[in-house]
Design a protein around this ligand. Structure first.
Ligand SMILES: *Cc1c(COP(=O)(O)O)cnc(C)c1O
Ligand code: SF4
Length: 350
């Protein structure tokens, strides 16, 4: 299969690629920074890319996502989420490869059991785009790839623990697995009487909306399990008509839609941006769920927002929006029983 060259110098993301099925779009994802530069009208010299060949976590982004970036904007909030940066090579104090201690809550291959009542399955390590701040960028996916047959161990684990009411498909991006695999996993889970809910943590409705197909809706909504899809969107500019259409397909089948975002310096670290995001999400049928403080994973220190600023942002968002449009601001602490709420000062004179 070939990925056609861009036809127009003004095209942001290739329209002919975006019109194709999701697997083809995925194969045509841009993995060459020079190609991205060409598509968004920037030159490599303007960007902090001198040493990025040393970075293990490779560059990757879909044409669909590129199409929502603005031309010639070095500070575009979508561009900044995927563009490698020399600062990723810095060794910052307090940052590590496994900041959440996840390797300690990994009882069987592919399964994380950290919180009461729910388990997380690492369905695949692959992603449609590589977010530079990703907390799983250092996760040992090779050791957590049970393969098609290996899921039996995870299923048995869930079956043997009646406290587990919810199974979360995570990754990487679980929706990059094919529908046959996802369907057989879902049917096996639906067969366990104490499981009530199936949750999918995915960025694909945002980064590759063509992934929302009828075979997907079939397994997702075709069992007795209540389906929840938690998307990951950090900025209102990520939501275009293509995204709205994909989300509508899910909504029409009764899927509960939630969003998690990450507070990122230079991308969404101000109240107006987060307020616009909540409104744009609600207009697309999605409620804000979590807004995460960034985990301290190696290579992400340049995205960190300081505590005082986070507190100001939280206060401004709380006072500007109805409660149901305010995400829970949380962080993850190694060993904690749930995601921890971030505290803010409510002093009105501040
Ligand atoms: C975040 C997370 C969950 C889900 O937590 P909720 O508060 O239910 O959204 C489950 N397992 C792990 C390992 C997690 O990191
Ligand atoms: S889509 Fe999610 S898991 Fe994948 S790189 Fe981005 S933040 Fe990480």
């Amino acid at each position: 299969m070939s990925c056609p060259a861009v036809l127009s110098p003004h095209a942001t993301g290739d329209v002919s690629i975006r019109a194709r099925d999701w697997q083809t779009q995925l194969k045509c994802a841009v993995t060459d920074v020079d190609e991205l530069c060409r598509l968004v009208g920037l030159t490599r010299d303007e960007l902090p890319l001198r040493h990025t060949s040393l970075i293990k976590f490779k560059f990757k982004v879909t044409h669909s996502f590129i199409a929502r970036m603005r031309q010639g904007q070095r500070q575009d909030p979508l561009l900044l989420q995927v563009l490698p940066d020399d600062q990723e090579l810095d060794q910052a104090v307090g940052f590590s490869a496994d900041p959440l201690g996840e390797r300690a809550v990994n009882p069987v291959s592919g399964l994380l059991h950290k919180y009461h009542g729910r388990v997380l399955l690492i369905v695949t390590g692959a992603c449609s785009i590589h977010c530079r701040y990703c907390f799983r960028r250092e996760f040992p996916y090779e050791q957590n790839n049970p393969g098609t047959l290996g899921w039996q161990q995870a299923i048995d684990y869930i079956r043997c623990d009646p406290s587990i009411e919810e199974v979360i498909f995570s990754g990487g991006d679980p929706l990059l697995a094919n529908d046959e695999r996802l369907a057989s996993l879902t049917y096996a889970i639906a067969d366990i009487p104490h499981v009530q809910r199936l949750r999918v943590h995915t960025r694909l409705p945002i980064t590759l909306p063509a992934r929302i197909t009828s075979p997907l809706l079939q397994w997702l909504t075709g069992t007795r399990l209540r389906a929840i899809v938690v998307v990951h969107c950090n900025h209102a500019q990520e939501i275009n008509q293509e995204v709205v259409d994909a989300l509508s397909l899910l909504r029409a089948r009764g899927v509960t839609l939630l969003n998690q975002s990450v507070l990122l310096r230079g991308i969404n670290d101000n109240a107006d941006t987060l307020i616009d995001l909540s409104k744009a999400l609600f207009s697309s049928g999605v409620l804000p769920y979590y807004c995460h403080r960034l985990d301290r994973v190696t290579g992400s220190h340049h995205f960190h927002v300081d505590e005082a600023k986070i507190s100001d942002i939280m206060r401004a968002v709380h006072t500007a929006l109805p409660g149901y449009l305010v995400p829970a601001f949380v962080c993850e602490e190694s060993g904690a029983l749930a995601k921890a709420p971030l505290h803010q000062s409510w002093s009105t004179s501040a």
